[in-house]
Write a new protein. Structure first.
Length: 216
């Protein structure tokens, strides 16, 4: 699997992909599908939190360790804290996009529920350079839960000019309002996320030629 990237996260992704102990999904057909962990926050986090300046909000995205992570032997996770006068969309992104040259079958990651219908999306860029916001579900539950995003057909992983790949730009959160007596109080949001994985495969797999070289 070839992975192109400029950030430390992309380098980690490449190292995990080629390391003998990298997480993988075995398959009878010569490991058709590969599972790669591209963010687990065990070494800290350099992801950034973005939001509209007009919201008057403040917040941060850091590596947390006060809750029990969802994965055995894990010690840290991504912790997002935000406060504002009213809910507003939040972008949580790595320093640079993480690029995959193989075909991405799906993304999986863990998030702790807020108990509110806060919506979660993945921001993706396809091989044609078009950006997409793919829905991952709502956080209207309590505790950790694995969320899955399967890139739909309109996210083109091969362009007409032959370029291939998909880029992960980060997570977008669309918080739900928290009404108090018909009016908003100071809005507060805490989000926990961990163990981002991409399940990939070759774009094209062809059987070996059983006849060898044809001689005339």
């Amino acid at each position: 699997m070839k992975i192109r990237g400029k950030s430390r996260l992309a380098a980690l992704l490449f190292a995990l992909a080629i390391a003998p102990g990298a997480d993988s999904v075995a398959s009878p057909a010569k490991a058709v599908e590969r599972a790669v962990v591209f963010a687990d926050f065990e070494a800290g986090s350099d992801w950034r939190l973005g939001f509209r300046a007009l919201s008057g909000g403040s917040g941060s995205a850091t590596a947390g360790d006060l809750e029990i992570p969802p994965i055995p032997d894990s010690k840290r996770y991504l912790y997002v804290s935000f406060r504002a006068q009213a809910p507003t969309g939040l972008r949580v992104r790595p320093p640079e996009p993480i690029l995959f040259s193989d075909y991405v079958r799906r993304f999986e990651f863990w998030m702790m529920g807020t108990g509110h219908p806060d919506e979660v999306f993945l921001d993706l860029e396809d091989a044609t350079g078009k950006t997409h916001r793919a829905g991952a579900g709502r956080l209207d539950y309590i505790g950790w839960r694995k969320l899955t995003v399967t890139p739909p057909p309109n996210i083109r992983q091969r362009s007409p000019d032959g370029r291939m790949g998909i880029a992960f730009h980060g997570v977008f959160l669309n918080p739900a309002p928290r009404p108090v007596n018909g009016r908003f109080s100071l809005f507060s949001l805490r989000v926990y996320a961990d163990h981002f994985m991409a399940f990939t495969r070759d774009h094209l797999r062809q059987p070996e030629n059983p006849w060898g070289e044809l001689k005339l």
